[in-house]
Design a protein around this ligand. Structure first.
Ligand SMILES: Nc1nc2c(ncn2[C@@H]2O[C@H](COP(=O)(O)OP(=O)(O)OP(=O)(O)O)[C@@H](O)[C@H]2O)c(=O)[nH]1
Ligand SMILES: [Mg+2]
Length: 450
């Protein structure tokens, strides 16, 4: 029956790749990482001596012409006991861009080729060191924008997410075996009992899939973060609100309407959710060409944001047509009344009331933002991607169809096919069933050296 368990080792690359594994810039240490069959040979050619695996060895690195490039540490990892599963060598030199480039060039001259982005992790996946969901978690961990996101990525990296999707795949496999047996050995009475068993298990699976979908949607939200645009009439208090949420005086605040023109971006973390907050120009009809451009940009931000915070000065009645006129393209709007520290006729109908001066209501606003985005900070989650969410939804759909087919007493062959599709979908998450094209898409988003 296919799809099958991954073979322990799927492919062996015959070329040796190299990249600078540490970020560009100056630092105490910089690492050039080499992976592939010639890794050890290349290290020995630069270091001019033999190396023992897993032993940090003080090394002088030379280029082909014999010029001394740097002095540092060499660590060799044997095949089967390295990140990629191949022989790997780490050349640790001094962390300057020129030193790193010269070391890199020397390894190229010794027979390595430059790695593509994500190629080290791709090789780790291909050699069976990790599954696809784990490999994706590596990229997510590096890119994580908050502590919560980092925790979720580590959970996926260690295989917690894969264990749960594998459990669904295993259960599906058992049901498939039973249903396929009905095709070859039909027997009225036995069929009936087998169908009842399968149905019960499929209902349980649908429930498990719902649970997995919940955590995956949270995880996908966490790795993607959210973009929030602050909009409103001029002088409403938008920039002041951004400053309070950001905890710094990032935007200029004045009593003159039309202060903000450019879109100002601040990245922050609200209850663990990585957020990009946009401050925008006050929206109004104007003949000032600079302000017009600002308003055009504000409208673009408003339309693309996951959430729009509509700021209203509670002391200013404002035009009631504002929302109709400007907010039509927003996906979701949270109306925030501000300046409640001032006396005055309060505007009705706000979701949250705050003051940028006394900070009253700001904590409540943070909660409202996070729940409006649909993120539960208390839930334990994994990093997941839209790809995972989509595949889980598809799996669930096939499982439901299979239940309906059994109910309708469909021929077992048809039910079996539906279950095969479900099994295929869930297998794609960990990469047990994967098209090459998909692999290319996933690994090309990694940074070079990972
Ligand atoms: N008392 C009080 N004053 C506020 C509050 N928020 C903003 N202000 C004042 O309102 C005025 C306008 O504030 P901004 O934050 O610049 O308003 P804005 O919406 O960004 O204005 P534009 O960029 O011109 O569209 C400033 O004088 C602020 O000091 C508040 O909560 N309480
Ligand atoms: Mg402003």
């Amino acid at each position: 029956m296919s799809p099958d368990r991954p073979s322990e080792k799927r492919s062996t690359a015959n070329d040796t790749i190299v990249a600078v594994a540490t970020p560009p810039g100056r630092g105490g240490v910089g690492i050039v990482r080499v992976s592939g069959p010639k890794a050890l040979e290349i290290a020995e050619s630069l270091g001019r001596k033999p190396f023992k695996p897993r032993l940090a060895t003080l090394t002088r690195f030379f280029d082909q012409s014999g010029e001394l490039l740097d002095e540092g540490i060499t660590i060799c990892f044997e095949e089967g006991a390295s990140y990629t599963g191949e022989p790997v060598v780490e050349l640790q030199g001094h962390g300057g861009p020129i030193v790193m480039q010269r070391l890199l060039r020397a390894t190229l001259a010794a027979g390595a080729r430059l790695a593509r982005p994500g190629e080290f992790t791709e090789r780790a996946f291909l050699s069976g060191r990790m599954d696809l969901a784990q490999a994706e978690a590596v990229a997510d961990l590096i890119a994580s924008g908050s502590e919560t996101a980092a925790r979720a990525a580590v959970r996926s990296l260690t295989g917690e997410f894969s264990i749960r999707t594998d459990a669904v795949a295993d259960a599906l496999r058992m049901i498939r075996i039973r249903v396929e047996a009905l095709i070859d050995f039909p027997d009225e009475e036995l069929d009936l009992a087998a169908n009842e068993d399968s149905k019960e298990e499929l209902h349980q699976l649908a429930e498990d899939l719902d649970g997995l979908l919940d955590v995956s949607r949270q995880g996908a939200r966490l790795s993607r973060g959210a973009v929030i645009a602050i909009v409103g009439e001029p002088n409403a208090g938008k920039s002041s609100l951004l400053n309070v949420l950001a905890g710094e005086e990032a935007a200029i605040v004045t009593a003159i309407p039309g202060t903000t023109r450019d879109v100002l971006r601040v990245d922050l973390d609200i209850e663990g959710l990585p957020i990009r907050l946009l401050d925008t120009a006050g929206l109004r009809q104007t003949t000032d060409p600079v302000e017009q451009e600002g308003i055009k940009r504000a409208s673009v931000s408003l339309a693309s944001a996951d959430l729009v915070i509509h700021v209203r000065d509670v002391c200013q009645p404002g035009s009631e047509t504002f929302a109709r006129q400007w907010l039509g393209t927003a996906k979701q709007v949270l109306t925030v009344g501000t300046k409640i520290d001032l006396d005055g006729p309060y505007v009705q109908g706000c979701d949250v009331l705050v003051s940028a001066v006394t900070r009253q209501g700001v904590e409540a606003l943070r909660h409202r933002i996070v729940s409006a985005i649909g993120f539960d900070p208390a839930a334990t989650t994994f990093t997941a991607r839209e790809r995972h969410v989509r595949l889980l939804e598809e799996t669930r759909l096939h499982v439901q169809t299979a239940i309906a087919l059994i109910d309708a007493k469909a021929h077992p062959e048809i039910t079996a096919e539906e279950l095969r599709l479900a099994h295929d979908c869930i297998g794609q998450i960990s990469g047990k069933v994967t098209a090459d094209e998909l692999l290319g898409d996933i690994f090309s988003t990694f940074c070079i050296g990972k």
